[in-house]
Design a protein around this ligand. Structure first.
Ligand code: TRP
Length: 334
């Protein structure tokens, strides 16, 4: 008997752009899971509006995110790549789960605390219940594994708590998801402040490389990256965070080991080293950028992908939602 593939679910917000950090830390690894697992990758626009978004930008960024998913190698036939708002079951299950989640547990979410500080003028209820919607995303598809970074661990934990609570009351409705611990993706640090993670919300644009940054811009940002005063290319994250970050980016994009990279740059000055890293990153990203430009011209294809994948997701989600409604005592929908 053929064994059923395990289900993987993950998502990214279409707010802003995706960075080299998102690519090397997540997206690139996702492309390696598509044979072995049934994967769903969601463009979480419902989550994005928990902070104010400009409608035109949100529309463009959602489309760009889809194109980047595909251009980076996510096959939209092997994976289910879709937009959250196209599958109403997310919002519907989100509501139900709201009624099984406590104010107290949501108040403890560190991301809520951080975001409500950052957006003090707009601490809306959606920001507060963000993790419940995320739980709905995951639980709708009877997900086995969720590849998420450290910053989303707490949200995965609350997802499990909500699912266990619901199952205790109504029987085995939800699969209890686990974190996916795969090959660790490179952890990419900010170019000018290598003590913190590269983040798309960074105000200093020289800290981040966007996947769609112009090659000249990419090279220039690497030229300006922070190093140290030693002029010795050696991996030592504690004492040489800038150089070590550049080295690990270089290894990630060229598939070299750290020892090989250190040898290559043994007698090379920082100027040339930084230029080489910039070139290697451009070489890796250029084919993706070209693919995005091609996809951009192919409106019909993108629309077809969105439509088919939303239907595929919807079919799975409806099954879970129906089961939940039945357990709760809702009348069947004719
Ligand atoms: N909250 C996640 C983030 O900001 C995105 C996300 C939404 C997600 N729903 C998800 C990730 C479900 C994994 C699974 O990064």
């Amino acid at each position: 008997m053929a064994e059923e593939k395990q289900t993987i679910f993950s998502g990214m917000q279409p707010s802003g752009f995706i960075t080299l950090g998102n690519y090397l830390g997540a997206l690139r690894n996702w492309t390696q899971l598509q044979e072995e697992y049934q994967c769903l990758y969601c463009i979480v626009d419902l989550h994005a509006i928990t902070v104010r978004q400009d409608p035109a930008s949100l529309r463009r960024q959602s489309r760009e995110l889809l194109m980047q998913y595909i251009a980076a190698g996510l096959d939209p036939e092997k994976n289910i790549v879709y937009v959250q708002s196209h599958v109403p079951a997310h919002a519907e299950l989100g509501w139900v789960l709201n009624c099984f989640t406590y104010m107290g547990e949501l108040s403890r979410m560190t991301q809520f605390k951080e975001k409500s500080q950052k957006h003090a003028d707009n601490i809306n209820a959606g920001l507060f219940t963000y993790p419940v919607l995320m739980a709905a995303d995951i639980l709708l598809y009877q997900t086995d594994l969720v590849p998420v970074g450290e910053d989303q661990r707490q949200h995965l934990e609350i997802t499990r708590d909500i699912a266990l609570r619901f199952n205790r009351l109504y029987g085995d409705v939800f699969k209890i998801p686990e974190g996916y611990i795969g090959k660790v993706g490179a952890r990419v640090m900010a170019l000018q402040q290598p003590d913190k993670k590269m983040s798309k919300s960074d105000e200093n644009k020289n800290n981040t490389i966007a996947l769609l940054d112009d090659p000249a811009v990419i090279r220039n940002k690497f030229k300006k990256a922070m190093t140290d005063s030693e002029n010795e290319v050696r991996y030592d994250p504690e004492h040489k965070p800038g150089v070590s970050n550049l080295l690990s980016i270089y290894c990630a994009v060229t598939d070299q080991t750290m020892a090989e990279a250190e040898r290559e740059f043994a007698n090379v000055g920082y100027g040339n080293f930084k230029a080489a890293v910039g070139d290697a990153v451009v070489e890796k990203l250029l084919p993706i950028q070209k693919k995005v430009a091609e996809l951009d011209k192919n409106k019909d294809y993108l629309e077809a992908v969105l439509k088919t994948n939303a239907e595929r997701a919807n079919a799975i989600a409806q099954k879970t939602l129906r089961k939940v409604h039945k357990k709760l005592g809702f009348l069947p929908r004719g």
